[in-house]
Design a protein around this ligand. Structure first.
Ligand code: AMP
Length: 119
């Protein structure tokens, strides 16, 4: 089930109703700077198609969409120069994760030692 809320902020970015600071774009995905950085590098990668979360994406996306999402994340890490120093990818999915925006997004974080994953 993929009940998608059209009013979510990332859908507004995709419709160009809200501006973003673009890092990368291809046919399937858009990557842009997080508005509230948690690390020196903090970029979000989203699929252009409407998936409310990772589960909806994993269940419904084509193999091409799935692989291009990972390739886009890797491209961001290269563009931002964090592929050698290391980086963390976080995908919040659903209520226990505190996912705020109901459109699948991967956080790509780096540029400093990020410490333990959870305290
Ligand atoms: P999550 O808690 O995983 O849903 O993360 C949502 C992320 O979206 C947060 O890190 C926010 O800072 C970020 N965010 C919310 N609105 C915007 C926006 N207009 N442009 C860029 N990032 C945003």
């Amino acid at each position: 089930m993929n009940e998608y809320d059209e009013k979510n902020v990332f859908n507004k970015i995709l419709r160009k109703e809200i501006i973003c600071s673009k890092v990368d774009e291809d046919n399937n995905n858009l990557s842009f700077e997080d508005i509230s950085k948690q690390a020196p590098v903090h970029v979000l990668t989203i699929p252009k198609k409407k998936y409310k979360d990772f589960s909806a994406f994993a269940e419904n996306a084509s193999d091409g969409e799935l692989s291009s999402f990972l390739k886009s994340i890797f491209k961001v890490a290269n563009k931002k120069g964090i592929n050698k120093t290391g980086y963390r990818i976080i995908i919040n999915c659903g209520s226990d994760s505190n996912q705020e925006v109901q459109h699948l997004h991967a956080h790509i974080l780096g540029g400093k030692n990020l410490g333990p994953i959870l305290k």
